[in-house]
Write a protein that binds this ligand. Sequence first.
Ligand code: PBG
Length: 329
Amino acid sequence: MAFPVTRMRRLRRTPQLRAMVRETRLTPSNLMMPIFLVAGKGIKKEISSLPGLYHLSSDMAVEEAKQIHDLGIPSVLLFAIPDSKDTQGSASWQDDGVVQQTVRAIKEQIPQLMVCTDLCFCEYTSHGHCGIIHNNDVDNDATLKITAQQALSHARAGADIIAPSGMMDGVVTTMRSALDENGFQDAVIMSYAAKFASGFYGPFREAVQSTPEFGDRRSYQMDPANGHEALREVALDIEEGADIVMVKPALAYLDIIHAVREKYQMPLAAYNVSGEYAMIKAAAAKGWIDGRRVMLETLLSIKRAGTDIIISYFSKEFAELYRKGAVEG
Ligand code: PBG
C-alpha cells in the first residue's frame, strides 16, 4: 500500500532500526591486504604514490603480517620488486626470491594467516610487460611455460593461494596441472579472470616499477568497454579450474561484479586498486571529501555488488576502525 500507509522513513528513524534492516555488512574477514616486498633487511619505506603503504623487506613484512593477522584480516597478497630484472623475469621463480623467502617466513611464524602470491612477470621483466616478448608483444604460450615455474616456486614456499594476474589465455589450466603433478593439489588458484586495461593501476606501477617500457597492456588486459567478454573470461577460468575468480578494478566495474555474482556460483573477489585508493587519499588530503566516510562507502559498495573477498589497500585502516567500534554494523 502506498503513501500515506507506507512510509520508507519509518525504518530510518534510529541507529538501531537502521542496523536491524541493514542489508550489507562489512567485516575485516571480507578483506585481503596487499604487501609490497623489497630485498634487504630492516627496510620500511613509504611508497610515495600510495601514502600509508610501505616497501618492506622480508623481516619487516613478517611484522606487518602479524599486525594484519591481529586485526582479524585473514589474508595477505604479496608483491615484490626484485633486485635485478631481465627479459624473462627469471627472478620471479627463484626458490630464494624475495616473495618465496617471505612466504616461508610468514607461514613459519603466523601459519593461520592465508598467504596469497600475485603471479606475474611485469615487476620482474626489464621491459615491464607481463611475459616473454616476441615481435613487440607478449607471447602467450612461451609465457605459460615460465608461469608454471613461478607457480611451483610459490607453492614450494608454502603459498596457500596463487593469483595469476597476467591475463594469459590458458593460465589456470597450466597452473592447475603443474601444481597437481607436483603434489600441490591443495594450492588455491584465485584468477584475475576479468582484468581490464585500466588507468587506475598508475600508482601501483610506480610502486613496483612495472610501467611498460614500450606500448601498453591492451593486447592482454581487457577493453574497459566489454561486459560480455568479461563473463566469457570468467566462464573460461571456471572451466579451467579456478577456485576463486576476480574482477579488477572494482569501482568502475561494479556492474561486472554484479553480473558475475548473478551468473556464477563462485567465490568472487574484487580488487580495489591503487588508483581507487589514491583518489580517495588525495581528495581527503585536500580536505575535499571525508576520507574515512568515502572509504567505508566505497568498500561497502564493492561488497553490495556481490563480492566475497575485497583486496584493498584500505584493509588495515578499515580493520582498525572496526576494532574501535567506529564502523556501523
Ligand atoms: C601485475 C599487477 C598489477 C596490479 C596487480 N597485479 C598491475 C598491472 O596490471 O599493471 C595492479 C594493482 C593496483 O593497481 O592496485 N600485473
